[in-house]
Design a protein around this ligand. Structure first.
Ligand SMILES: Cc1cc2nc3c(=O)[nH]c(=O)nc-3n(C[C@H](O)[C@H](O)[C@H](O)COP(=O)(O)OP(=O)(O)OC[C@H]3O[C@@H](n4cnc5c(N)ncnc54)[C@H](O)[C@@H]3O)c2cc1C
Length: 352
């Protein structure tokens, strides 16, 4: 029995690969939901908005290949028309044209659709929810994973960001010192970001030949984009808020966003259906404080994560372990595939 810690993209993909190979596994997930840093939500209306991972591009081959394998569609980020730009807090918002960029894409039906499709390939009994792993012990030929209850297996996969296992899980015997040190000093991509989305009855920006995009050095929103669905039948704007607004009360933060949008798009922007906000540093199963200042992507893709430990009974996964596009969905797919392959190779003595 392979024990996989974490039901994010990397953990679920490893689980699917093991399922395809007929190898038994169990996913142990701390949250009450699947997806980890991928989280598409809806509000009072069924309008999907991304609170986590959203965009990818033509270089993200691992993700593109997986979408193709699963028969999932994707579409280009809408960028038709003018863009709003505010260079600093004292400058007015300007309406500008930007040159055509290399396209970025979104997954049709939302990023969580990929997660749901992977989940549909395994059985509901294969996942245990609300189980935060705190200890992993290695015996002669076995592994014991402790959450509220204990799970027995033969191998374990750490499909959660390195900083989380290095800080929150006790290993017996202890992991090599250097591995723990690097784990604690590995930046978790987007762990401290704030995502905001507003849903609307009409795409008023599109009617005015605006792209819906706004870039601001003043904030609170630093980047905002059109967030309509693939069919352009549901309407929303979605983007990132500056983390400096985290300390405000939720109501004050929301008010500042509304004022900013009103200032750029006009009063029509205040007539939204739902306001969504996700402060990822409040999510204990994504964010962990760092003992030293980490720069973005620090130690992402470090080769120490692609070694197995305890006689091939500990495998390290998560997007942060990938050689390319570590921290992104593409890295999570690469990591999920790599660990799945390594386990299958070991179990079956074959390469796939
Ligand atoms: C706001 C935001 C925006 C992003 N935007 C993009 C984007 O546009 N494009 C892109 O490519 N990527 C983006 N990303 C990154 C992308 O979401 C990740 O690369 C990817 O989802 C990581 O998947 P993962 O399986 O490696 O890790 P995670 O999704 O972090 O999954 C880890 C899982 O482990 C669980 N877990 C944690 N601790 C424990 C424990 N002790 N016991 C049991 N379970 C535990 C967690 O609950 C989680 O489900 C974004 C991320 C965020 C947060």
């Amino acid at each position: 029995m392979i024990l996989i810690i974490g039901a994010g993209l990397s953990g679920l993909l490893t689980a699917y690969r093991l399922k395809q190979a007929g190898i038994p596994f169990k996913i142990i997930e701390a949250r009450h939901r699947i997806g980890g840093r991928i989280h598409t939500v809806t509000g009072s209306q069924p309008i999907p908005v991304e609170m986590g991972a959203t965009w990818f591009n033509d270089s993200h081959h691992n993700l593109l290949q997986l979408l193709d394998e699963l028969g999932l569609d994707y579409f280009e980020q809408y960028m038709e028309g003018t863009v709003f730009y505010q260079p600093d807090v004292n400058a007015p918002v300007q309406s500008i044209q930007i040159p055509k960029q290399a396209p970025s894409y979104r997954i049709s039906k939302g990023s969580s659709h990929l997660i749901e499709v992977l989940n549909s390939k395994i059985s509901p009994d294969d996942i245990v929810f609300d189980a935060k792993v705190t200890k992993i012990s290695f015996g002669e030929n076995s592994v014991q994973v402790t959450a509220d209850k204990t799970f027995q297996g033969t191998q374990v996969v750490l499909a959660l960001p390195p900083k989380l296992w290095a800080k929150n899980i006790t290993f017996e015997p202890t992991l090599p010192q250097q591995l723990i040190k690097i784990g604690k000093e590995t930046h978790t991509w987007m762990e401290d970001s704030i995502k905001v989305a507003l849903t609307y009855k009409m795409p008023f920006w599109q009617d005015k030949k605006q792209s819906g995009a706004l870039f601001s050095n003043a904030g609170p929103m630093t980047e905002l984009y059109d967030h309509c669905n693939h069919e352009r039948s549901t309407y929303a704007l979605c983007g990132f808020m500056s983390t400096s607004f985290k300390s405000l009360e939720a109501a004050a933060r929301k008010q500042k966003v509304i004022e900013q949008l009103q200032n750029a798009f006009g009063t029509v922007a205040t007539d939204f259906i739902d306001y969504h906000e996700s402060i990822w540093s409040h999510e204990e199963h994504t964010f962990a404080t760092s003992e030293s200042l980490l720069f973005p992507h620090q130690n992402n893709g470090n080769s120490i994560f692609r070694t197995t430990y305890f006689d091939h009974r500990l495998f390290i996964s998560s997007s942060e372990s990938a050689t390319e596009f570590a921290g992104y969905m593409d890295g999570a797919v690469a990591a999920g595939n790599r660990v799945g392959n390594e386990i299958i190779k070991k179990e079956m003595g074959t390469t796939r």
